[in-house]
Write a protein that binds this ligand. Structure first.
Ligand code: B12
Ligand code: SF4
Length: 295
């Protein structure tokens, strides 16, 4: 069987916005790339804005996986339309299409709902055999008559067993420019009504091992690292153990930032460990206590 040519593209806005000065791609595409590579599907990964020439070259791939946020969905649909017009099979994934699969299927062949690590390889195997993913959990698609098929939600992945994101699969990244973003956990035990995290990744708070986090830290330790967890300190015991392990193993970065609940502020031991490991920015969401203000 001919080896499929696969590319994974995270659509990134090239407009100026509040995060333009940071180099922090989402880690999903690079993680999926690592998984496909391990399964014998070598693929190219694109995590920065692509040039017109690179865009044209994407039609040479058999399958392109397109990831995006709601904020980049229009560009993602435009790219997917262009690829499909040129005969490339397009699979979309990520938060926006997870919640809007019907809309997305006007622009792509398949939508992966939620976590992609188990579902994407299963879907690719089916496409390779020229079959339909009938009943495959975590996939939505349209039949020839336009009717909508949705296999239901897939089981949560075994997070601790996943490989680390492989940013070097991207021709846009070298050993010196590995993005300093590390995600050490998935999901959140809280279930705030306004937040999409639990709908996307579930309430079960799953962790990478300390060894894996430290291995990911090593190549970017000299940089300002962002822990991309939704809620770095939702389990303070684990957060403290990780920070202690970083100190013990000499894996303290130049400085670090992370998102967390405000109750981290009431744990003195945690604050001291954050200080010692050079935490310099915390992102804390504050909702209004007054519904009138929200309006
Ligand atoms: C770290 C982070 C940031 C960092 C940097 C990373 C970034 N560029 O997003 C910063 C702080 C800069 C940031 C900024 C913003 N963020 Co943010 N961020 C995150 C966070 C916490 C982690 C991202 C991550 O790496 N996750 C882990 C990886 C594994 O998940 P993933 O990339 O989504 O991939 C998985 C699946 O989605 C799926 N998948 C994804 N892509 C694809 C593609 C294919 C083909 C397939 C098959 C599957 C697939 O499979 C992957 C593996 O399971 C997420 C929440 C979250 N937990 O994901 C929010 C999140 C992505 N951010 C969000 C938002 C809204 C923003 C901002 C727009 C905020 C703002 N108003 O300015 C900006 C946008 C910045 C930008 N232009 O990129 C929302 C997106 C919601 C939406 N509907 O799109 C999220 C989901 C948080 C939330 N619940 O609201 N963010
Ligand atoms: S604590 Fe944060 S990540 Fe967790 S559900 Fe609430 S807003 Fe979402």
């Amino acid at each position: 069987m001919k080896q499929l040519r696969i590319a994974l593209v995270e659509v990134v806005s090239d407009l100026t916005h509040v995060y333009s000065r940071t180099y922090l791609p989402r880690v999903g595409i690079a993680t999926l790339g690592a998984i496909l590579k391990n399964l014998g599907y070598p693929c190219d990964v694109w995590i920065k804005p692509i040039s017109d020439d690179e865009r044209k070259k994407l039609i040479e791939y058999d399958i392109v996986g397109v990831g995006s946020l709601s904020s980049t969905i229009e560009d993602a649909y435009a790219l997917s339309d262009y690829l499909r017009e040129n005969g490339t099979t397009v699979i979309m994934g990520g938060p926006h299409v997870t919640f809007m699969p019907n809309e997305a299927l006007d622009h792509c062949d398949y939508v992966v709902i939620g976590e992609g690590e188990d579902v994407l390889p299963a879907l690719i195997k089916i496409i390779e055999k020229k079959e339909l993913p009938n009943g495959l959990k975590g996939v939505a698609y349209k039949n020839a008559d336009g009717s909508f098929q949705h296999g239901g939600k897939a089981e949560p992945v075994n997070y601790a067993s996943l490989p680390s994101p492989d940013f070097l699969l991207s021709p846009q990244v070298s050993k010196d420019t590995i993005p300093p973003i590390i995600v050490t956990s998935r999901g959140c035990p809280h279930d705030c009504s306004f937040c999409s995290v639990t709908a996307l990744f579930g309430r079960k708070y799953r962790f990478k091992s300390y060894e894996q986090v430290i291995a990911e830290l090593r190549p970017v330790q000299h940089k300002s690292v962002c822990f991309g967890d939704d809620n770095f300190c939702a389990n303070p015991v684990r957060a403290k153990e990780l920070l202690r392990e970083m100190i013990k193993q000499g894996a303290v970065p130049l400085r670090w930032s992370g998102q967390m609940c405000v109750n981290a502020a009431s744990d003195k031991e945690l604050l001291e460990l954050m200080q010692e490991t050079r935490c310099r920015i915390v992102y804390v969401g504050v909702e209004s206590v007054n519904p009138e203000t929200l309006k």
